[in-house]
Design a protein around this ligand. Structure first.
Ligand SMILES: NC(=O)c1ccc[n+]([C@@H]2O[C@H](COP(=O)([O-])OP(=O)(O)OC[C@H]3O[C@@H](n4cnc5c(N)ncnc54)[C@H](O)[C@@H]3O)[C@@H](O)[C@H]2O)c1
Length: 465
């Protein structure tokens, strides 16, 4: 072990959880400070194979309960612990896992509940191989960091963390402990997203120039969960923060089409603007008493936020977020190149010279049945292999199951995951950077380079068979 690495390990273990990294590590230019970890770079990291993946879940509310149930069905897992604040949720989830294992595979699913810090007890006593974290956003970073410190791979719901400092702490801890910390971006496993990734890799739309990504999903009804459930904590986020707080569903796939942070290009700058904030206040006034807690809040987050990301190669990505306005769901999912455009919501394709047998030129979209031949030719091999079973198992049309299946498969085979820790941080960094930009009237914010230049040596994601 090199002296540098030894020194770092000694220092960082002294720093412990929530490593006390200096504030200037926020800055993208700190390459020297981190040279000591270069040998620990996690860009294409593969952990040693596991014979059985001993899984724990922290947070089994709307999201985590599905993860626990689906993980329990995947060959090669053993569910070992479930933790939640609430006893009923923890026990219900553990019982479901046991039932799925028919009393054999998931024999001893321990439950932890009743206190904010029960998850720490769980990590210490159960020592799982992997921990799924599906709790409110503010807890993602501390839970991921301590999971890695306790010897587990961490799989964190979106976004991976809330602040840039937390993201650096996650990167450092992953490098120090040599544990995976993957943000679970399920949308990268959508059928359309996989198809477009495959088409981009095969050069169908030429050189990539521009992308559009969004999470537009009207979720005001969550405010009815005033005391428990998603709305009970997420409503405060709209009140306190102004930016794009939930950027990764649209951005993750577009970033992988463009090979951002993977050899070809990287995130460089972002400018962001928010519309006026109206909808949450109106909804609270209409649906809750004057003295209800939602009517005491001043919602500062604009109803719709629009950002433009500029990449190192000068490509652009428009990213939008709106969970408040009355309009249909969309993630945009658009990627435009010198030879055509692939778009989502609905799935549409325009190519220079037209889509063979369907359109005559690029002025029209091929869509619906007109895309049958495209699916025939470019369906992603992973979707061919797992699409049917994933649809049957469900979770956002099968994306959730495919993601969890791939995680377990990679851990069992000792292969790199489909999303590395740096991607989770770059995609999530749009949150705090957009907030900073909005606050400074749209001024451009620079992305920290979580890889410290190593993105140039990182392989693009394979077209996984
Ligand atoms: N990828 C997706 O498609 C998707 C969809 C929905 C939610 N999410 C993400 O999942 C996460 C959870 O969201 P949700 O809608 O399930 O919220 P939720 O409120 O329904 O669930 C969160 C759970 O965490 C538990 N919890 C809170 N503090 C805890 C603590 N200290 N120890 C143990 N448990 C604790 C709560 O009791 C609750 O049951 C969020 O990060 C959200 O962004 C992702």
């Amino acid at each position: 072990m090199s002296t540098n690495r030894r020194d770092f390990l000694k220092k960082s273990s002294m720093a412990g959880v929530g490593l006390a990294f200096l504030p200037n590590l926020l800055n993208a230019d700190n390459k020297e400070t981190f040279n000591a970890f270069k040998e620990n770079y996690m860009g294409g990291f593969a952990a040693p194979k596991l014979d059985v993946v001993r899984c724990a879940v922290i947070g089994v509310g709307a999201r985590g309960s599905g993860h626990a149930r689906q993980l329990a069905t995947i060959e090669g897992t053993e569910m070992v612990a479930i933790c939640d604040l609430y006893e009923d949720l923890a026990k219900k989830s553990a019982d479901k896992c046991k039932a799925i294992g028919a009393g054999q595979r998931h024999k001893d699913v321990k439950t932890f509940f009743g206190g904010e810090d029960e998850w720490k007890k769980m990590l210490d006593t159960v020592k799982p191989d992997m921990v799924v974290i599906a709790t409110p956003w503010s807890m993602h970073a501390p839970m991921a960091i301590q999971s890695m410190e306790s010897g587990a791979h961490a799989f964190v719901e979106v976004p991976i963390a809330v602040t840039i400092n937390e993201m650096w702490d996650i990167v450092k801890t992953a490098e120090k402990t040599q544990k995976h910390c993957m943000m679970m971006e399920n949308v990268n496993y959508g059928r359309e997203e996989l198809l477009y990734l495959n088409m981009c890799r095969q050069g169908v739309i030429g050189e990539l120039l521009h992308g559009e990504a969004a999470y537009i999903h009207e979720l005001r009804g969550q405010m009815n969960q005033a005391d428990r459930g998603t709305g009970s904590w997420r409503t405060y986020e709209y009140a306190r923060r102004n930016g794009n707080l939930y950027p990764t569903h649209g951005l993750g796939p577009v970033a992988q089409y463009m090979n951002l942070a993977r050899g070809e290009d990287n995130f460089e700058r972002i400018n962001s603007f928010s519309s006026p904030s109206k909808g949450r206040d109106l909804y609270a006034k209409k649906h809750f008493d004057n003295n209800h807690k939602w009517n005491q809040l001043d919602f500062i987050g604009g109803d719709i936020n629009t950002s433009i990301i500029k990449t190192s190669l000068g490509r652009t990505i428009m990213v939008q977020w709106d969970e408040t306005s009355p309009r249909p769901y969309s993630r945009h999912n658009l990627i435009q190149g010198t030879n055509g455009t692939l778009a989502g919501f609905p799935t549409r394709i325009a190519l220079e010279g037209g889509v063979e047998g369907v359109t005559d030129n690029h002025h029209q979209w091929a869509q619906g049945d007109g895309l049958d031949a495209i699916y025939e030719k470019y369906e992603h091999p992973l979707y061919k292999r797992l699409g049917e079973v994933s649809q049957k198992m469900g979770g956002h049309g099968g994306m959730d199951f495919m993601m969890l299946y791939r995680i377990v498969e990679c851990l069992l085979k000792g292969q790199p995951l489909d999303q590395n820790v740096y991607e989770g941080c770059f995609w999530s960094a749009v949150g705090p950077l957009s907030e900073a930009s909005v606050k400074s009237h749209g001024d451009s914010q620079r992305f920290p380079d979580f890889t410290r230049g190593e993105w140039k040596t990182t392989k693009p994601l394979d077209i996984v068979e």
